[in-house]
Structures are given as structure tokens and as C-alpha cells.
Design a protein around this ligand. Structure first.
Ligand code: ADP
Ligand code: ADP
Ligand code: ZN
Length: 214
């Protein structure tokens, strides 16, 4: 099965994608994570995108499409893929459609996570991520265990993202509404859109996604 998780910044896409990876042996392709890896590695792409990402604007379509193409053509995943944070523009959506066609893969569902802006701001301002494995925590709703060790990898280094600040978040929200939200209509027209209530707690949302996919 191949699915997209679509939603504004902080909606819980990464959190739910990681649950699907565990449950269904799918591979998560997060363009945000891949771009952050590229930055850390100091590669040419990483240097090009750093400033754009910190500001909260979208990286050029060509760059993210190339990254996704590279992964799809080179790594197999028998359980299929979860596209997390990609596509974010209509051009990316068209490119993904072509890539999947070329590889003979089907897009089974687009899970649209519906969350209001107040909840997004609350979630993002309390987000931290394990530097070792990428597990996502939240000061209020998913705190780091009392012993200070990551539940998944035992790591002790937790980071806040440079773009999780008020100004960048405003830019990211505007980018979502202007450039990404048209994908809701696009996938609705293709008959694959599955809206879920992203305001429920993490397990509640995971249940809604199970119902939407099975
Ligand atoms: P969030 O978890 O807040 O939705 P991501 O980790 O998915 O954010 O993305 C962080 C940043 O990386 C975005 O603000 C954007 O600059 C860049 N980015 C990630 N995915 C894409 C994409 N598909 N197209 C363009 N830019 C992207
Ligand atoms: P996205 O990938 O869409 O940007 P994340 O999965 O990183 O979103 O989640 C954003 C923040 O909200 C994280 O701190 C995460 O722990 C928290 N979170 C995720 N899902 C929920 C939920 N259903 N209820 C409350 N907090 C959540
Ligand atoms: Zn970890």
C-alpha cells in the first residue's frame, strides 16, 4: 500500500507515519527529514535549502522531486511507502503521479489530517525530536520519559527545530494554505482522499486512520 499523509505543519503527520511504519512495515519518506539530513551532512543541496527552510518557505519543487525519485528508484519497500510532507504543491503531486506510474505503483489513499490553527501552534511550540532516531515528543501530550531516555532508541539528546518559532510558523501556515491545500481538491477528484479528525489524541487519530485505510 502507498499512502500520503497530508496536513498543515504540526498536524501530526510524522507521528502517525511512524505508527504506520511499526504496524504495517511500510517505509516512511519524509522530505522534511531528508532535507534536514542534507543540511546536517553539509551537502550542496543542504546549503541551498537551509535559509529557505529556516524562514518557513517551501524548497524548490525540482530539489524535493529529485530526492524522492532517487529514493523510490533505489530502495525497495515491500510494504509500500508513506509519503510524509510530500507532495506539497500541485507540481509535486503531478510528478509523484508520474513516478508511481513509471514504477507500476498505485496511490491507495491520501490521509488528510484536519487540525485547527490554535492546536497547531500549541503542538509545535511544545515539539521536540530525538536526535538519535527522530522520535517525536511533545511537552504536553507526549513527554520525554522521566529517565530522560528516548523510548525508541534510548538516546538522551532532544532538539527543538530551528523553524519551530512564531515567525517561521506563520510563514509555513501561509505556505500550507496557499500552495499545499489545493491538493485536497486534487486528491478528492481522484477519489483517494480520506479526511480524519486530527484533533483527537494520538491513539484516537491512529484509530481513525486504521478505519480509513482498511
Ligand atoms: P512540518 O513537520 O512542520 O510539516 P516538515 O518537516 O515536513 O515540516 O518540513 C520542514 C520544512 O522543509 C518545510 O517548511 C519546507 O521548508 C521544507 N520541505 C519539506 N518538505 C517539502 C516539500 N515537499 N516541498 C518543499 N519544501 C519542503
Ligand atoms: P507534523 O509532522 O505534521 O509536523 P508531528 O508529528 O511532528 O507533526 O507533531 C507535532 C507535535 O504535536 C509533536 O510534538 C507531537 O508529539 C504532537 N502531536 C502529534 N499528534 C498529536 C495529537 N493527536 N494530539 C496531541 N499532540 C500531538
Ligand atoms: Zn530516539
Amino acid at each position: 500500500m502507498n499512502i500520503i499523509v497530508l496536513g498543515p505543519p504540526g498536524a501530526g503527520k510524522g507521528t502517525q507515519a511512524r505508527i504506520l511504519v511499526e504496524e504495517r512495515r511500510m517505509a516512511q519518506l519524509s522530505t522534511g527529514d531528508m532535507l534536514r539530513d542534507a543540511r546536517r551532512s553539509g551537502s550542496a543541496i543542504g546549503r541551498t535549502v537551509a535559509e529557505v527552510m529556516d524562514r518557513g518557505d517551501l524548497v524548490t519543487d525540482g530539489i524535493v522531486i529529485d530526492i524522492i525519485r532517487e529514493r523510490l528508484e533505489n530502495d525497495g519497500s515491500p510494504g509500500g511507502y508513506i509519503f510524509d510532507g510530500f507532495p506539497r504543491t500541485l507540481a509535486q503531486a503531478d510528478a509523484l503521479g508520474e513516478l508511481l506510474d513509471d514504477l507500476g505503483f498505485r496511490l491507495d489513499a491520501v490521509v488528510e489530517m484536519r487540525v485547527n490553527d490554535d492546536a497547531l501552534v500549541r503542538r509545535i511550540s511544545a515539539r521536540s525530536t530525538c536526535a538519535g532516531c527522530g522520535e517525536v515528543y511533545n511537552d504536553h501530550t507526549r513527554p520525554i520519559p522521566e529517565d530522560g531516555r528516548c523510548e525508541r532508541c534510548g538516546g538522551t539528546d532532544f532538539r527543538r527545530r530551528a523553524d519551530d518559532n512564531d515567525e517561521s510558523l506563520r510563514t509555513r501556515l501561509m505556505a500550507y494554505y496557499k500552495q499545499t491545500s489545493p491538493l485536497i481538491g486534487y486528491y478528492h477528484a481522484k477519489g483517494v482522499l480520506r479526511p480524519v479528525n486530527g484533533l483527537r489524541d494520538i491513539d484516537g487519530v491512529a484509530n481513525e486512520i486504521r478505519l480509513a485505510l482498511d
